[in-house]
Design a protein. Structure first.
Lengths: 767, 169
């Protein structure tokens, strides 16, 4: 049960990736790509989703994906030209699939989409079939390969497998291919067909099922009328107790009588099997020999497996009479046939190279798969923890070594220096493992834009750049919200309606550009639109009416633009569902700043607007200043610190209620004593003042005893085993193994404001 | 896919012979116990970092192999003041309510098997420990008070009985 749940989880993860790929390919096609590989990739994605969904019994998903796949198949087969295809419909369908996947994931009832299903089934109906080579044209109409069975296809495959295992263990005496009742009956009728005899040895890798491919899908890729016989070889199936049902041990030999060329057959398996998973043997007989077929028709049915049995003789002997009753008498002539076949296989050397490119692609794709490994994030976190521990242990070692006599010290110190360099390198690498491309977030945006464009009645083109820019997964998780807000804002407030755009002499379609890049150790993401820009007059008027700006105050245009981040300001004339309750950009700014990031805006009236978001590359490590107050040490993020100075150089004044202020750069800045606010133990002397920046943009002075140093610290959660701690955002472990709190300036100020009162949070903290 | 191997084993565990394996430890002259399954490890005292304005029994946080956990002073919880921790004091690391926590005690004494039937409900007398004691076990020489760890960790300490009463109500 656990294993299945885990497998299911993996499937949903894969679904997300597949959906991303699907959408991306459809988008490319929608934007004018005519690359058939894009169509194939889209088809593959939906096919894999369908296969997996079947295995996990997500029937709604299977049903929808099935119809979707079928209509994509029309494109793939050329029945519908790529240029004529309704990609906007397909994109909406891909959204619907995403909905179905998330419904299945959350065990919610799925919303039926009869409208889309209806539209999908129309695809390919109105179009007249294009002239395609006869066998190829016949095949697609018979597809989709897995007919709408009662049972979902994946389960059917497992059922088949079980039936076969039974057959092998003697539990059932049914013929081997009993489960394959939907295969065309291996009768002699097709023999009358023109064409030559081709033998296909399919020996898939054991991970076939895990690739969400099943043998019957593979075989159904071949035109059914060409199939003479299918024989399953199960001699590789391990003993029942050792069997893993997710492994595929079956091998097949399919005898075809077909006019297809080797390349065509290769192309059939283009994306289900790797080149090394099947071999094609051509019978030496001439393809258009009139006499030969007649002899074959005369041959008794039981002789059909004779061809198949050729190089399976040894296997068949093992399988015994129950599995292949007709095979026994054919064992003797087999070797002769085999040699004949080997030469035959080498004969069609000429067409082979032509068949190579797709095969090579498949190999390359599999190799790419092989070099990437899916790792649970927990494991990486543990690795990260361990590295942190090593860093601490190593700094402890440094302390110990200092007390050694000089000659020993010199040598040991050298070793420790090397160790510390290696540790840092190790840490970098582990961080790199955690890094993910921003694609994970970016690929959700096209859907958002599409849906919003429909709601708002605007035409929008989304351009994504730098999707492969990598940042730590902690940041990835935090990116989605601000980006969604920013894009909503641009679409709602920035971009004009098509009519307005035409009136302004722009193209009716607006563009939003989402760009990610690394800059100076940060990730910088910008959202640029070519809309009307920020309405400064309106914004200023509103800010004045809300009292955020004095009535007579004069602001530079750039300063007015920044007002968009002030709380409670929204300039949309109509408050829409999309954005515009004034809880947009100010929330974004606050969230971004709490992550140690910055957000800014550049606007050009009539030309557009650009929001720029700069975030640290990780939340797992931060650059901090280690400070001491009394006996306790704290870390304050460097990003909060503006400057530090000696108390003696700074005039302090006392206000009422013990509030102290200091003059700093001509401004009156409140001063807080860290020891008092955080309840530090020992007697603080507070000689140093740190000027820090608050989220609201103001500055405060924080009095501390000493600045111990500046270093990178690993951020550790306090919530995990305790609860939120007022004044601190998290904690870290210092070189001596002791914990230090990482100060959060704003939280500290709130704590200072509430101190004197008993901390109400103390009781609920641990619960 | 797993074979029902455990079934036989399970049925042999008769209710009357069920035992609880208890780790006992001392604070002052008193003995407390918790189920051995809740104990993750036992380690010597290690300096903690105090948390601002935390409840009195929250001694602070420490680093256990890269994980930060809070240490609770059991002495404070039962109203006997603050432990003057030395190298001989012990932190019992426990898993409680999907958190890991440390319990500061004087020493760990023993592991004993106690029949479930021998566990008596806590008398509702001792005001200071109301809610902290899950049950009592009478051994030959002493009385072991079984702790309700969830309550120990939540409880604000003896100095805040009003708050505790509010919670109970």
């Amino acid at each position: 049960m656990d294993a299945l749940a885990e497998l299911k989880q993996t499937f949903f993860q894969e679904c997300e990736e597949l959906l991303g790929a699907l959408e991306q390919k459809l988008q490319a096609l929608d934007e004018g790509s005519v690359d058939s590989e894009d169509v194939n990739a889209a088809f593959r994605a939906i096919h894999s989703i369908k296969g997996g969904a079947g295995a996990f019994g997500c029937t709604e998903l299977v049903a929808f994906a099935h119809v979707f796949e079928a209509s994509l198949d029309h494109l793939r087969s050329g029945r519908v030209a790529i240029v004529d295809a309704p990609f906007s419909l397909f994109l909406r369908c891909s959204d619907a699939v995403a909905d179905l996947v998330s419904a299945a994931r959350n065990d919610e009832p799925a919303r039926p989409r009869p409208d889309l299903l209806e539209a999908l089934s129309q695809v390919g109906q109105s179009e007249a079939p294009k002239p395609v080579p006869a066998p190829a044209a016949a095949a697609p109409t018979k597809r989709p390969p897995v007919k709408s069975d009662d049972a979902p296809p994946g389960i059917a495959a497992l059922g088949n497998l079980l039936a076969m295992v039974e057959a092998k263990t003697g539990a059932a005496s049914a013929p081997v291919d009993a489960g394959w009742d939907d295969e065309p009956a291996p009768v002699a009728a097709p023999k009358a067909k023109p064409g030559r005899e081709i033998r296909l040895h399919i020996h898939p890798d054991t991970d076939l099922f895990r690739r969400v491919i099943e043998p019957r899908v593979v075989i159904a890729l071949l035109p059914p009328e060409d199939i003479v016989s299918v024989v399953c070889d199960m001699s590789h199936v391990p003993a029942l107790e050792a069997i893993d049902v997710t492994d595929c041990w079956m091998r097949f030999t399919v005898t075809l009588r077909t006019e297809m060329s080797i390349e065509e057959i290769h192309a059939k398996f283009d994306f289900t099997l790797a080149a090394e998973e099947f071999e094609i043997e051509v019978e030496p007989m001439p393809a258009n020999d009139d006499v030969e077929p007649e002899i074959e028709v005369a041959a008794p049915v039981s002789e059909v497996p004779q061809n198949v049995a050729a190089d399976l003789s040894a296997i068949l002997a093992k399988l015994g009479p129950a599995s292949a009753p007709a095979a026994q008498p054919d064992i003797a002539p087999a070797p002769a046939v085999t040699t004949q076949l080997v030469t035959a296989a080498q004969a069609p050397a000429a067409p082979r190279p032509a068949a190579r490119p797709p095969a090579n692609d498949a190999v390359a794709a599999r190799q790419r798969q092989a070099v990437s490994v899916r790792v649970d994030l927990d494991r990486i976190d543990k690795l990260m923890n361990l590295v942190g521990e090593i860093v601490i242990t190593q700094s402890m070692l440094v302390e110990c070594v200092r007390s050694l006599p000089y000659d020993v010290y010199a040598k040991t110190a050298e070793g420790i220096l090397t160790l510390s360099r290696q540790t840092r390198e190790l840490q970098d690498h582990v961080m790199a493992v955690r890094a993910q491309p921003v694609k994970a977030v970016f690929q959700r945006m096209p859907r958002l834009v599409r849906e919003l464009a429909q709601t708002l009645g605007k035409e929008v083109r989304l351009v994504l750049e730098g999707e492969n820019t990598e940042v730590d997964k902690t940041i990835i998780e935090e990116l989605a919200d601000p980006l969604t807000h920013m894009i909503r804002n641009s679409m709602d407030h920035g971009l004009e309606t098509p009519e307005d755009r035409i009136a302004a002499g722009k193209s009716p379609e607006g563009t939003i550009k989402l760009v990610a890049e690394h800059r100076a150790g940060r990730i910088v993401i910008s959202v640029t639109d070519d809309g009307r820009g920020i309405g400064r007059d309106k914004l200023l008027a509103k800010a004045k009416s809300r009292g955020l700006v004095g009535q007579d105050e004069k602001l530079a245009p750039e300063e007015i633009d920044q007002l968009i981040f002030a709380a409670g300001l929204s300039t949309a004339e109509v408050i829409s569902d999309v954005s515009g309750r004034g809880v947009g950009m100010d929330v974004v700014r606050r969230n971004v700043e709490s992550l140690g990031g910055r957000i800014s805006v550049d606007s050009e009236p009539g030309r557009g607007c650009k929001f720029t978001l700069a975030l640290p590359l990780t939340l797992a490590v931060l650059e901090g200043m280690v400070i001491r107050c009394g006996e306790d040490r704290y870390v304050i993020p460097i990003s909060s610190v503006i400057e530090t100075q000696h108390l003696t150089n700074t005039p302090i004044e006392h206000l009422t209620f013990g509030q102290e202020v200091l003059r700093w750069r001509g401004e009156v800045t409140p001063l807080y004593r860290l020891g008092a606010v955080m309840g530090s133990s020992g007697r603080p002397d507070e000689n140093i003042i740190i000027i820090a920046e608050t989220e609201r943009g103001g500055n405060v002075g924080i009095a501390v005893d000493e600045i111990v140093g500046q270093q990178q610290v690993v951020v550790k959660s306090l919530e995990g085993n305790y609860g939120t701690v007022n004044g601190a955002s998290a904690a870290t472990i210092l070189g001596d193994g002791l914990v230090a709190l990482i100060l959060d300036v704003d939280s500290m100020l709130r704590l200072a404001a509430s101190s004197g009162r008993p901390p109400a949070s103390a009781l609920k903290m641990a619960g | 896919m797993t074979l029902p191997l455990g079934e036989k084993h399970f049925s042999s565990a008769q209710p009357e012979s069920a035992v609880r394996r208890i780790v006992t430890f001392r604070v002052g002259d008193r003995t407390f116990g918790i189920d051995v399954g809740m104990v993750r490890e036992i380690k010597g005292w290690q300096a903690t970092t105090p948390l601002p304005h935390a409840a009195p029994h929250v001694r602070g946080v420490l680093n256990l192999r890269g994980v930060i956990l809070a240490v609770y002073d059991l002495r404070t919880s039962i109203g006997l003041g603050v432990t003057d921790a030395t190298a001989t004091h012990v932190i019992v690391v426990v898993d409680v309510e999907d958190k890991t926590a440390g319990l500061l005690v004087d020493s760990v004494s023993d592991i004993v098997d106690v029949p479930v039937s021998a566990v008596r409900p806590a008398p509702d007398l001792e005001r200071d420990e109301h809610g902290l004691i899950e049950g009592l076990v009478l051994l030959d020489t002493e009385i072991v008070a079984l702790l309700d760890l969830g309550a120990v960790i939540r409880d604000g300490g003896a100095e805040a009985p009003a708050a505790r009463q509010a919670r109970v109500a």
